[in-house]
Write a new protein. Structure first.
Lengths: 148, 921
């Protein structure tokens, strides 16, 4: 694994342009150290997300739940099934009913952020999960040879 | 029991006479006692017959009499010795009559061959002749023959009665069995008596035995045909019990018809009749056959209620001789009863008709009609019982109805529970969707706002914020507003509070407006936006119609890729107008097509088509339905969609505007935009103006010179010479200076316009009513000299009319007078009136009503009205007139001046009048 792998990579799965713009803007203004060096990969569908997950090493998936080609939770389950190490999954949804939160939880999402999301919450959540992912990755790369 | 005279050599008589003298004393006394006992029986039978005579009772009484004569003769002989020969012969003749009487009685109750009856009668006549001719007692041989014949006929009668009893039930069965038994006993008595011929030793006790058995037989007859009241009651009670049980056996879900059928069957069985029919009064005031037993029922036939009443009033049983024929016997019976009875008996056939009123709970009335070929052993008690069963049957019949009703209510309840559950689910789902749809734009608004607050300060009060973020906040806010508006509209429709004001709308004009509004968006997306709409009128609320078109068009644009085409077409049919919006977009799969008109059911790829509230089509459907129309969708994935709304409407009346076209004056319209031209032309022509259109300033000036219009509507943004220059040119020209100019433009620079000499200034989009109100006042002016405007004065007071006339005529107006509300209304509709002055106090209908009528009538709505009053107007008066009049004139010396001033200020006002927008009304 190249030294540049210390850089975190977030996959944003969101079908609304304006929301992608918001997350991009938010990350560009993030002052949190864990978010200082983050690469944002954007897709607008589950299909696009699968393609990116197959070719890139992703630390965190920021996932809209109601997507045009299906429920984001389907993707969440697929990721969980891959087993460890896997990217952290943060559901970002406007569907905030208790059963919708429970469904996200059940699908294996590590965190649930309700729209509208406060920037502070977004930064905190992303930083926490990214730090944890980095730690896992560091431990992993120490134990075995990098495969890509 | 036959008792020949003492000299007789016949077996029976010998038995008798010998024992009478030689028999033991004990047997003698017993025989006498039997004979004595018979007398009260005879008395009872005769009394019963006299009280209620009928053929059956008559025959029974005859049998008893015949027996009694024998018994009496016997007793007389015992007491007084040998009797005269005549008496003996008469008694013998009566004795020989017994077989015939027995058979005849049987024939009343059961079928007995006629030849047998006649044969028996012939044998009897022969015997009597022989008896009379010989004058001596018959030989033992002939007595044996007679006895044998009696045994045969008697046994036959007994058997016939017994077999007849079998299918019957209740008291008729018991009574018929009793009659059969009595007849059999009678036969046995005769046979026993005949055995006396064997020898004198047996004669004594056979006579006694025969007398005893004879008495028993007589007793049996008496009970069978004249049962005592207590016995009848007992029988009835038993029958009632069994009949009730039988009726109660009917399953609870049996229909009323089934219950009545059982009732008919049961009645027939209980009474031993051949047929039973249940007749009930219907709600339609007729009588119908509900059920029948033993004969075909004709439920389709109805009879007059009077017939049923006649039948019930007839003494029962009614005997009909021949089907439907009126005979001497039926002559006294009401004709309806015979008619009704005839139709029933004809089906069996039967001869006797007994009708029993049914005791029904609701008092509707009905009858049980029993039909029989023979007389029945049937008592009043049974009739009471059967009538009473009617109530029970009716209640049982209702039971099925009640059960069905109960079931229906239960089902209704269940379905409303289901409906409520669905409604509740739909509500939760709607709220959940609403929450989601509100949060999505709020996410952008709150998110970007927070980010903005983190941006760097430019100075103490300002931050540098990316323009894109502001655009996002704005568009999200607008989206949110759109969503809220749609939800509010939906809620309005849902709660029935959507107030629609349908009016005839010029379809091409409104489509053109809608298309024009969305053209920039179509251009941006490089979508061809076209329309071709024939001259149709749609009856709809203007604002909602526009909303419907906007929703359909923006939906089509949203789902059509660049390079595609969206088109509007329309066709008119029978009172309906169909407007279609067709696109070459992605189309909708058949399984999704029903969903698109429901709330928050966006189908297909949403990422490619952002925006939209998910409520547009649902709202469109509701709005169309509120107008009494329907929406339809045809679509194929990849090929595009066609949304069609069908609304009330039709072909535009051919040039309706020409009816009073130009009556109010000619308007020159200087306007380059075809959409705006069309719209204004429609408004103006409908209001009664003649419209001349000029596409640019130079043509406008030429037209103004050539046509000398009443007024000019001037757009400012024109190709070539702009509106300001044209206005200046118009005001510079001596010939054109006095033509009032109204500016209609998107530019909001009314001060400039009014300063340059325009009389009024309207900013697009205009309120048509305001523009028309303004023009109606301008058109009053007798400018140009060609036509002078008419003013209608509706006032009873000739003085006021005269004063007004003196004021107006010198000013160049034509004045018309009307002295009542009705004539005023007629005049207002009939002529091209430019202004109406209306007194509020009129002799026929008050001025308020006249003014309201003028306002409601499309023909007079645009004509300004001035109310004339002699006193102060109350607040109520003002509110009644609000929006319907152009002003109020106080009657009095000031009227001419006030009117002149009003005409000047409203019609000639320039800068002083200011921008009216109809506000001076």
């Amino acid at each position: 694994m190249s030294p540049s792998s210390a850089r975190s990579r977030i996959l944003l799965v969101e079908d609304e342009t304006i929301n992608r713009d918001l997350i991009r803007a938010a990350l560009s203004r993030a002052r949190h150290p864990a978010l200082a060096d983050v690469e944002l990969v954007e897709v607008d569908s589950i299909a696009g997300a699968r393609a990116r997950l197959a070719e890139l090493e992703i630390d965190l998936v920021l996932l809209d739940v109601q997507l045009s080609d299906g429920s984001g939770l389907i993707l969440a389950r697929e990721i969980v099934q891959l087993g460890q190490p896997r990217p952290a999954i943060v559901a970002l949804s406007a569907g905030v009913l208790p059963e919708q939160r429970a469904a996200a939880d059940e699908a294996g999402c590590d965190s649930f952020l309700a729209k509208p999301v406060s920037m502070t919450t977004l930064y905190d959540e992303l930083a926490t999960l990214l730090s944890r992912a980095q730690a896992v990755r560091a431990a992993g790369s120490a134990g075995e040879a990098p495969d890509r | 029991m036959s008792d020949p005279p003492v000299q007789s050599r016949s077996a029976i008589s010998c038995v008798h006479c010998d024992t009478s003298r030689q028999g033991p004393e004990g047997g003698h006394i017993v025989t006498l006692a039997f004979e004595a006992l018979f007398l009260p029986l005879l008395a009872a039978v005769v009394v019963a017959y006299v009280r209620a005579p009928d053929p059956t009772r008559r025959d029974v009484a005859l049998i008893f009499t015949a027996m009694a004569v024998l018994f009496i003769r016997d007793m007389a002989r015992e007491l007084f010795g040998p009797l005269p020969i005549l008496l003996n012969t008469t008694a013998s003749a009566l004795q020989y009559l017994m077989p015939y009487l027995t058979l005849r009685l049987t024939a009343q109750l059961r079928p007995v061959p006629t030849w047998l009856l006649r044969g028996t009668l012939a044998v009897y006549v022969g015997q009597v002749i022989v008896l009379v001719l010989r004058g001596t007692p018959p030989s033992p041989m002939s007595v044996a023959v007679v006895t044998g014949a009696f045994v045969v006929t008697g046994s036959l009668a007994a058997t016939t009665l017994a077999t007849g009893a079998r299918p019957r039930a209740g008291s008729p069965r018991v009574r018929m069995l009793l009659a059969a038994g009595a007849t059999a006993l009678f036969v046995i008595a005769v046979a026993v008596s005949a055995t006396g011929v064997i020898g004198p030793d047996v004669r004594a006790w056979t006579r006694t035995l025969a007398r005893g058995i004879g008495l028993l037989a007589a007793f049996g007859y008496a009970v069978a045909f004249f049962p005592p009241a207590w016995l009848r009651r007992m029988w009835s009670a038993t029958s009632a019990y069994h009949a009730s049980l039988d009726l109660l056996q009917i399953p609870p879900d049996a229909s009323a018809q089934q219950v009545w059928q059982r009732m008919a069957d049961l009645s027939r069985q209980l009474t031993g009749t051949d047929g039973a029919v249940v007749l009930l009064r219907t709600q339609g005031g007729t009588v119908m056959e509900v059920a029948g037993s033993g004969l075909p029922v004709r439920p389709e036939r109805t009879y007059p209620v009077a017939w049923l009443e006649a039948l019930l009033s007839a003494n029962r049983p009614l005997a009909l001789d021949g089907v439907g024929a009126r005979t001497r016997r039926t002559a006294r019976i009401p004709s309806g009863a015979v008619d009704l009875a005839s139709t029933l008996v004809g089906r069996l056939p039967a001869r006797y008709v007994t009708s029993i009123p049914l005791d029904l709970p609701d008092g509707d009335g009905g009858a049980l009609v029993l039909l029989s070929g023979h007389r029945t052993l049937f008592t009043d008690d049974d009739a009471v019982l059967l009538g009473g069963l009617g109530r029970q049957a009716a209640l049982l019949g209702e039971r099925a109805g009640v059960l069905a009703e109960q079931e229906r209510l239960a089902e209704e309840l269940a379905s409303s529970v289901v409906a409520l559950t669905h409604a509740s689910q739909a509500k939760s789902e709607f709220l959940s969707n609403m929450s989601h749809e509100l949060r999505t734009p709020l996410n952008a608004i709150i998110g970007f706002s927070e980010l903005m607050q983190g941006e760097e300060w430019l100075d103490e009060h300002r931050r540098a914020v990316p323009d894109e973020w502001i655009a996002h906040v704005r568009s999200s806010g607008r989206h949110l507003l759109e969503l809220i508006n749609d939800v509010l509209d939906l809620a309005k429709v849902e709660s029935g509070r959507m107030d629609l004001h349908p009016e005839p709308l010029d379809l091409p004009a409104i489509v053109e407006d809608a298309v024009a509004a969305l053209r920039p968006e179509a251009d941006r997306q490089r979508i061809e936006l076209a329309y071709e709409v024939p001259h149709l009128v749609v009856h709809a609320d203007r604002i909602r119609m526009r909303q419907i078109l906007d929703n359909l068009l923006s939906n089509a644009l949203k789902f059509t890729p660049p390079g595609g085409r969206v088109s509007v077409s329309a066709e008119g049919g029978e009172g309906r107008v169909r407007v279609s919006v067709t696109d070459t977009g992605i189309g909708i799969a058949p399984e999704d097509q029903h969903r698109v008109f429901h709330e928050f059911q966006q189908v297909g790829d949403r990422s490619a088509h952002p925006g939209g509230t998910g409520l547009g089509l649902a709202l469109t459907r509701r709005l169309v339905e509120e107008h009494g129309g329907v929406v339809a969708l045809e679509s194929a994935p990849g090929r595009g969609s066609r949304f069609t709304v069908e609304l009330p409407g039709g072909h535009a009346a051919p040039r309706t505007t020409q009816l009073n076209g130009g009556a109010l004056g000619r308007i020159l319209l200087i306007e380059d935009d075809p959409g705006a031209t069309r719209l204004l032309r429609t408004y103006l022509e409908r209001a009664g103006y003649q419209v001349i259109v000029a596409g640019d300033g130079d043509r406008g000036l030429n037209a103004a010179r050539a046509e000398s219009p009443t007024a000019i509507l001037l757009d400012i943004l024109l190709p070539g010479t702009d509106g300001w220059d044209i206005l200046r040119a118009l005001k510079r020209d001596e010939a054109l200076r006095d033509i009032p100019v109204v500016i209609v433009t998107v530019l909001d620079e009314q001060e400039v316009g009014l300063a340059l000499g325009a009389v009024d200034y309207f900013v697009k989009p205009i309120v048509p009513e305001a523009l028309l109100a303004r023009l109606s006042r301008l058109a009053l002016l007798p400018e140009g000299g060609s036509t002078s405007a008419q003013i209608l004065v509706i006032d009873t007071d000739p003085e006021t009319s005269a004063v007004l006339g003196r004021t107006l005529i010198p000013l160049g107006y034509q004045v018309q007078h009307a002295s009542s509300g009705v004539t005023g209304l007629r005049a207002a509709r009939g002529a091209s009136v430019g202004l109406i002055l209306c007194d509020l106090l009129l002799p026929d209908i008050d001025g308020f009503t006249v003014i309201a009528a003028l306002h409601d009538d499309p023909a007079t709505r645009r004509v300004p009205v001035l109310a004339l009053t002699s006193g102060e107007l109350s607040d109520t008066d003002k509110s009644r007139l609000n929006g319907k009049i152009a002003g109020v004139l106080q009657k009095g010396d000031e009227v001419p001046a006030a009117l002149q001033q009003w005409l000047n200020t409203t019609a000639r006002a320039t800068a002083a009048a200011g921008r009216s927008n109809g506000g001076t009304r």
